[in-house]
Design a protein around this ligand. Sequence first.
Ligand code: LLP
Length: 440
Amino acid sequence: MGEGLLSDPSRGLDAPTTKLTQGDAFPRVAGELRCGALPLGQLAERFGTPLYVYNGPAIDERYLAFSRAFAAVAHLIAYSVKANGNLTILRRLASLGSGADIVSGGELYRATLAGVAANKIVYSGVGKSRREMVAALHEGIYSFNVESAMELRLLAECARDLGVEAPFALRINPDILSPAPHAYTRTGHLDTKFGVPASEAVGLYRWARNAQGLRVQGIDVHIGSQVLEVEPYVRAVRQLLELADTLRADGIELEYLDMGGGFAVRYDEQGGMDVGELARALIPEVTEAGLKLVLEPGRAIVAEAGVLLTRVLYLKRSGRKTFVITDAGMSDLIRPSHYGGYHHIEPVGETAEHAVELVDVVGPVCETGDFLALDRLLPLPEPGELLAVRTAGAYGFAMTTNYNGRPRPAEVLVDGSLARLIRRRETLDDLVRGEVGELE
Ligand code: LLP
């Protein structure tokens, strides 16, 4: 871990140890995986497969770990809706006090429908349209995280047309190559489309100060996703604090510093960020600067609280390979094929009798790239048996598609011994809804 603040745990902040990876949300009890008091097999029988299952209290626990860890500083946890935007989950987080980090008019709609307070919504993204800006201004969101000079000009114009002021922060590109596992989830260096180079930021803030329709509100950064280390956050935040100092010397006062999201979870034995350590590293400097801290965790709140349940359809041996063919594929969980993402897969039931083999777990989609795992050691399941794909609560359902004519899976939320359907399985009618012309 870095130096300075990080090596000084004696600062006396009351940040309890809040590893994000508290209890297992899906423990094995009497040989079978469970969620709360319910065996996963029972849920698969009742709701069918493929099925997303979320553990409600595990979601709460992870949100509360953040709010406890950062209690010593004025803060807003703006849950990143893109990780899992199910209305029931959003409503649950909103009732715990969560705000939302949104990236589209669609997510604005979702978040407000779920009861997230508008004054707790921050709006990020490089391609906000005029229509989306106007909708967010109507709602009265907390702030726009603006990603380019052109966007800032359009935002000012929209606000003037409505006779309001648009609160905004500039998203700074800190030019940090974040240690995220895949190039597609690194956002902090200049060769990505995100943010405004630090060298241009002060000039833009100065321009905005005198521009009608804008209100300087904060400063923002997001370095990447599934970032395992605290140190890159410290570096990025320090860079922002220096900019905030420069602005203050110019008479431009900020209200908040948004450090983005990206906090790592455990996909395998390794990793998972200790949010207590993160808090201890950042709180003193942010407090000293008199700024409110905004955090945008997505994955860290929901990933470990979700599994994808899938049933084995067939086994097949071909060449040097053994294929386990499941009823879930890349249309249900795209992370393995899109990012080479690792998801732990295990049989839901008892497996003592099964020989362990090296297999590829593949789906029904007609693509060689359709897999949930490659070269994985697994107790060889029988057709009909269930597998649980872990850490699927974030960017799982949210990235599903209908590719290959596949209805999206159902989602179920479990609280103790109560299982609730929070999104029904799509039907064949859903697949063609919205298509017009041919049938008239
Ligand atoms: N804030 C901003 C501005 C972001 O762009 C993101 C994620 C987040 C917050 C939340 O990041 P999180 O805490 O969830 O890591 N589909 C990819 C991840 C893409 C993340 C995009 N931005 C995956 O499955 O790994």
